[in-house]
Design a protein around this ligand. Structure first.
Ligand SMILES: *Cc1c(COP(=O)(O)O)cnc(C)c1O
Length: 399
């Protein structure tokens, strides 16, 4: 088509935003409510722990997108199966991205979310990476709060202070299309898992370094995006680690063995540098190998802010050999993994190519001093023991 200006008539109808051809944006104020008529019983903690499938709460929120019309009005409806054609693009070309965040039942009876604004922005970034549509992140955040406002009180009653629900916003390509092209239809949905409490394993986490012939992500790839394609293929190595008695894989990258992530969590080391300065170190974001964790960022910001006199806070490449050397010279102080799913877990051992690197922890693998302080600061915000701008209360509905 020759380049020319848009005829005035069409231009004005575009501006009015109500023309058929003007795609609608995601709008939480259009949410409709269809409550379940078959509410599920909430199992007790013991029954839940025995269940190997994720139990979801009574409701979900869905919004569909079409390249012509944009976003549909979001619907809150009973949790249940989706209807997809077998040719749906997500089933063939991994058009899937997701987020993982938690709603925490506070000691004061209130339900809170932690920095959800960061998660919805990260989902935008992940969607962009796999050619899924744009959406207004603030609107998605409102929808997340709304779903918890409905399901929170029943699934996480005030008597269960200290527990959480796991929130999983997801976007998939749904167009029946076997050609590898940009999806023209998509579905955004939010589900809430009622999952058992996770505890730091007794003795601390033990990591096994990834083998030479496997990487989680690579320069130029998509390891920085929370896209489903990053996770399924990592399980083969983690299964092997688990068979050998380790909790998680420490993913190394490149000929020098750069430390990137510990399973699905960001990886931190606290050591004394050769110049005697104490340092908190984690892998950098600039080569796009790792996930930009909300917990990671929070740890970095808090330590800079509250322990900045005592600790240098560094994001740079560092290798497994540097950790080994620090351990041998008695400079290795602590290590932990940080992420929403497992929160802050102390690492007590890394096994690398036949040798063990032992890392100090508190008694029985509990957090040592700095790990414990970071965990305490974040936990206090999440469970409302201290007020902080990162934690926001869900206004729960009374039924
Ligand atoms: C989600 C995730 C993390 C942790 O991110 P948080 O925002 O802190 O939950 C770290 N690494 C990977 C690979 C992840 O998928």
């Amino acid at each position: 088509m020759p380049s020319q200006s848009i005829p005035t008539v069409i231009a004005s109808s575009l501006n009015m935003g109500c023309h058929m051809n003007s795609p609608q944006s995601l709008d939480a104020s259009k949410l409709t409510y269809a409550y379940t008529t078959t509410p599920q019983p909430v199992p007790d903690a013991e029954t839940l722990a025995k269940n190997h499938k994720t139990l979801c709460t009574d409701h979900m929120i869905v919004a569909s997108w079409d390249v012509e019309t944009g976003w549909s009005a979001p619907q809150l409806k009973p949790y249940g199966p989706l209807s997809l054609l077998p040719s749906a693009s997500c089933l063939h070309y991994a058009y899937e991205c997701f987020e993982g965040l938690k709603a925490y039942r506070g000691d004061d009876g209130k339900l809170r979310m932690f920095r959800a604004d960061q998660n919805v922005r990260r989902l935008q970034m992940s969607a962009e990476r796999i050619s899924l549509p744009e959406f207004d992140a603030d609107e998605l955040e409102k929808l997340i709060y709304e779903l918890l406002a409905v399901d929170g009180a029943k699934w996480l009653p005030k008597s269960r202070a200290g527990d959480f629900l796991y929130v999983r916003p997801t976007m998939i390509g749904t167009d029946p299309q076997l050609g590898v092209t940009r999806p023209t239809e998509a579905l955004l949905y939010i589900i809430v898992g009622y999952t058992p409490r996770v505890d730091t394993p007794l003795g601390g986490k033990r990591l096994l370094t990834s083998p030479d012939d496997m990487v989680r992500s690579w320069v130029g790839g998509f390891g920085y995006a929370k896209v489903g394609a990053n996770y399924g293929p990592s399980v083969k190595v983690s299964q092997e680690a688990s068979r050998l008695g380790y909790h998680q894989v420490l993913w190394l990258y490149g000929p020098n063995g750069d430390c990137t992530e510990a399973g699905g969590s960001n990886f931190f080391v606290i050591w004394k540098r050769k110049d005697g300065k104490k340092e908190l170190i984690t892998a950098p974001l600039d080569d796009q190998l790792i996930l930009n964790g909300v917990t990671r960022r929070s740890c970095l910001e808090l330590v800079k802010d509250r322990l900045g006199d005592e600790f240098e806070v560094t994001e740079r490449k560092f290798t497994i050999d540097e950790i080994q050397e620090a351990a041998a010279e008695g400079r290795l102080l602590e290590s932990f993994a940080a992420g929403t799913a497992w929160f802050i877990t102390p690492i007590s051992l890394i096994h690398h190519r036949g040798s063990d690197i032992n890392i100090p922890t508190g008694p029985d693998g509990t957090p040592a001093e700095i790990t414990g302080r970071i965990k305490g600061w974040l936990g206090d915000m999440m469970y409302g023991r201290v007020a902080h701008k990162w934690a926001r209360v869900v206004s729960e509905k009374e039924f």
